[in-house]
Design a protein around this ligand. Structure first.
Ligand SMILES: N[C@@H](CCC(=O)N[C@@H](CS)C(=O)NCC(=O)O)C(=O)O
Length: 285
């Protein structure tokens, strides 16, 4: 039997939602993940399947149908995979989790616009905007489950949607010094946030990885685009992020080079230059 195939960009928050679902179900092998390198031109065959759109993840079902949008794929897999559903069974409770999920788009957008902002004078406004959205989440959780940790008793559909975004927002902690203030307007969402971050099903990425890979986002270049003066994206798979140094925190003041970021191996460049010389003068010994 054919398997579901998910075309994805590793470390993408939208595809992490699907990985969380599979982890919770213990069905990591129910889907074949096929990696797409966004720093390279897209495979024409995949473009044909998606009818020209490039956003990932994309699910190709066992029958060969294409499903786009992570929230749609998440709900689809939740329904078709065996095991207990992540979504609330009760229609009213499902409506409540769906209302929370509906807040995901503006929330995610606010964090990405903030990290990509290049105008120091706008920093405060971006910070205020994100804080207002956190207060809104706080208020929602206070309304529906004031004394709990998650939206309901346990980690569910809304948590699978938000946890990957919370993890990406490590880039705000690092590059913008973002912190949730102390106080009742944030206490409930802080508790939720901490529980999502710590949940065992959400460990697909870590802070160091996010900070290193998203350096170019902090310089305003998203989705594998190249920053001026650089030849390798911080989103490149090679060299592996583990081998690279931490990027500079000051995104407004400095723009690190490929070498500073450990994206090119200076030893290999020198060896290459030497072998070029040998090639240019083959008889020179
Ligand atoms: N609303 C979409 C967003 C997907 C999205 O923006 N994916 C990014 C990767 S994190 C992407 O594919 N970027 C490359 C592109 O759009 O060509 C979803 O939830 O699936």
């Amino acid at each position: 039997m054919n398997k579901h195939i998910v075309y994805h960009i590793p470390v993408c928050p939208f595809s992490q939602r699907l990985e969380i679902l599979l982890e919770l179900r213990g069905l990591q092998n129910a889907v074949e993940f096929r990696v797409v390198d966004i720093t390279k031109p897209r495979d024409p065959e995949l473009l044909r399947k998606t009818r020209g759109t490039t956003a990932l993840p994309v699910l190709e079902t066992e029958e060969g149908h294409i499903i786009k949008e992570s929230l749609v794929i998440l709900r689809y897999l939740d329904e078709v995979l065996e095991g207990p559903r992540l979504r609330r069974a009760d229609p009213r409770e499902h409506a409540i989790e769906s209302m929370l999920i509906a807040k995901e788009g503006p929330f995610t957008m606010a964090g990405y616009i903030y990290v990509m902002n290049q105008d120091r004078a706008q920093k405060e406004a971006h910070n205020d905007k994100l804080l207002s959205l956190y207060r809104d989440l706080n208020d929602f959780l206070m309304e529906h489950n004031p004394d709990g940790t998650f939206l309901f008793e346990e980690f569910g559909l809304a948590e699978a949607v938000f946890a990957p975004v919370f993890k990406r927002f490590w880039f705000l902690d690092y590059y913008e010094g973002f912190e949730l203030p102390v106080g009742p307007e944030y206490a409930r969402v802080k508790k939720w946030h901490a529980a999502c971050m710590a949940h065992e099903a959400t460990g697909q990425v870590n802070e160091e990885e996010i900070v290193k890979l998203y350096y170019d986002y902090a310089l305003g270049a998203g989705n594998g685009a190249l920053v001026e003066g650089r030849s390798v994206s911080s989103f490149a798979f090679q060299p592996e992020w583990q081998s690279r140094p931490m990027p500079p925190r000051d995104k407004y003041g400095t723009s690190a080079t490929d070498v500073d970021l450990g994206l090119v191996d200076i030893g290999a460049i020198l060896a290459d230059a030497n072998s070029d010389q040998t090639y240019a003068h083959p008889t020179s010994g």
